[in-house]
Design a protein around this ligand. Structure first.
Ligand code: TYD
Ligand code: MG
Length: 455
């Protein structure tokens, strides 16, 4: 028999290489390749003599019970999930350390347990005492949650197998879990993948909603294997700046619902509070217009969220390389916008440091924010405030055109409801009505004329 080929798996991205290298060819991380057990390949006959069993087919409209969603009781959590937990499904919840994942899950677990559904919360990171202390602080001590501090998947599944299947099983976190049938330390790709596989299988067989907490790496991916994202039904991320109060729960993948709704929470002394009207949260609340600040009407699912974008430009005297720092927006997109402003509008940022910040710890991913970012940059550059109570929307192309965006009319109507009276954006916006005074700019150069010129 041919010797099985060795393979090496990157512990950061899950990429596979056939020889050991210092740097992963997929994600360019250093010293992350680890030898994996060789894969065995069977060659099978395609009839029942191979020992396989026939698989049953069913029709799509086959009558029978469909799994029903179970609301968690935390409305913002349910909103992000698309209505609640689906029995027999697996959710991966990622987020920076300290952002509040354990707090969120403990609160949801307590809510569900108080309604009389079984909840098991397994913490591999904290001792039971620590979790109980947190529960006491949150006023949840009376909730009948079954709490355990364990890391062995075999022990956990043996225990679960001997009791009634719970409605919800929380594993905090998958990186701390360990299976004795798999080689490697906890947190390695093969351990994480193997433990997740066993837990997911248990959840599917027993109709349990499973939540796996996953750590994220410094560039924001769920640590270890990306394969985990394929194994689960829902991938959620819990985001925010630790120094700010607000947290956003977002579904990145959802086999049972839309991925555009977000849940908004505020971290307070007594845990996470739900924020059901987030529209004004990400504004600084100051009345005086300031140079370098522009408001973008974002839409998150069905809710409008007004977001303030702040830019600061510092001219450098020396020939040092200028810094570009971004919080809450994409670095590459900022570089692109600066390049378009330089080449299409004749502005010069080459000897200036550029800082861009999205207020309140919000992360913007919507390309419709381009124009608001450009407006903040030009306003900071010219040191002139933008018109008071104005909103800016539009995607900017490499040619410097301002392009229409999704839900343009809805964004303008919502901004008008919240007290804004001017809008700037692409030449035409459908459905904006006469909610506010609207100026179609068409080209980015028109924006520059308007702010720097005298029009
Ligand atoms: P935690 O849920 O432990 O984060 P994660 O599991 O994502 O690592 O949250 C930890 C942070 O939340 C901690 O830094 C303090 C803060 N916090 C509060 O501000 N109020 C509270 O009531 C609780 C429980 C935590
Ligand atoms: Mg935690």
């Amino acid at each position: 028999m041919a010797k099985p080929k060795k393979r090496y798996i990157c512990q950061a991205c899950g990429g596979v290489s056939h020889r050991w290298q210092g740097q992963c060819p997929d994600c360019a991380e250093w010293n992350t390749l680890v030898e994996d057990a060789p894969a065995t390949v069977f060659s099978m006959k395609h009839d029942l003599s191979s020992g396989g069993r026939a698989v049953q087919f069913v029709d799509l409209d086959k009558p029978g019970p469909l799994p029903t969603r179970q609301p968690t009781g935390l409305a913002e959590f349910d909103r992000a999930l698309g209505g609640g937990l689906v029995p027999g499904s697996a959710i991966l919840l990622g987020g920076d350390p300290g952002i509040g994942k354990s707090t969120l899950l403990l609160q949801a677990a307590a809510k569900i347990a108080r309604e009389g559904r079984g909840v098991v919360y397994v913490s591999g990171e904290e001792a039971s005492g620590q979790v109980r202390m947190r529960a006491a602080r949150l006023g949840l001590s009376d909730a009948p949650v079954k709490l355990a501090s364990a890391t062995g998947v075999r022990d956990i599944l043996t225990t679960l197998g001997a009791m009634d299947a719970p409605g919800l099983l929380v594993i905090d976190s998958i990186q701390t879990m360990h299976s004795d049938t798999i080689e490697g330390a906890p947190g390695t790709v093969s351990q994480v993948r193997g433990c997740a596989f066993e837990l997911i299988r248990y959840a599917k067989e027993n109709g349990v909603a499973l939540v796996l907490v996953g750590h994220v790496t410094k560039d924001g991916n769920i640590a270890g294997p990306r394969v985990l994202e394929h194994m689960v039904d829902v991938v959620m991320s819990f985001e925010g700046e630790r120094s700010h109060q607000y947290r956003i729960l977002r579904a990145l993948k959802n086999r049972f619902g839309a991925v555009d709704e977000i849940g908004v929470f505020a971290m307070a002394g007594e845990g996470l509070e739900e924020v059901d009207n987030p529209s004004m949260l990400f504004l600084s609340g100051r009345d005086e217009p300031m140079a370098g600040s522009a408001v973008f009407p974002a839409i998150e699912g069905t809710r409008p969220v007004l977001v303030e974008i702040q830019a600061l430009i510092v001219r450098l005297q020396s020939g040092a390389t200028p810094r570009r720092a971004v919080v809450g927006w994409d670095n590459g997109r900022l570089a692109m916008l600066l390049a378009v402003l330089e080449s299409r509008c004749g502005l010069n940022f080459s000897s200036a440091e550029v800082y861009l910040n999205v207020a309140g710890g919000y992360r913007l991913g919507d390309p419709a924010a381009d124009l608001a970012v450009a407006a903040a940059l030009v306003s900071a550059m010219a040191d002139r405030p933008l018109p008071p109570r104005s909103v800016w929307l539009g995607e900017v192309s490499l040619a410097g055109e301002i392009r229409p965006v999704a839900h343009g009319g809805l964004r303008l109507r919502e901004a008008a409801k919240l007290g804004f009276d001017r809008g700037f954006g692409p030449a035409h916006v459908k459905g904006g009505g006469d909610a506010l005074a609207y100026d179609g700019l068409g080209q980015l150069a028109n924006l520059v004329d308007r702010i720097i010129g005298n029009s």
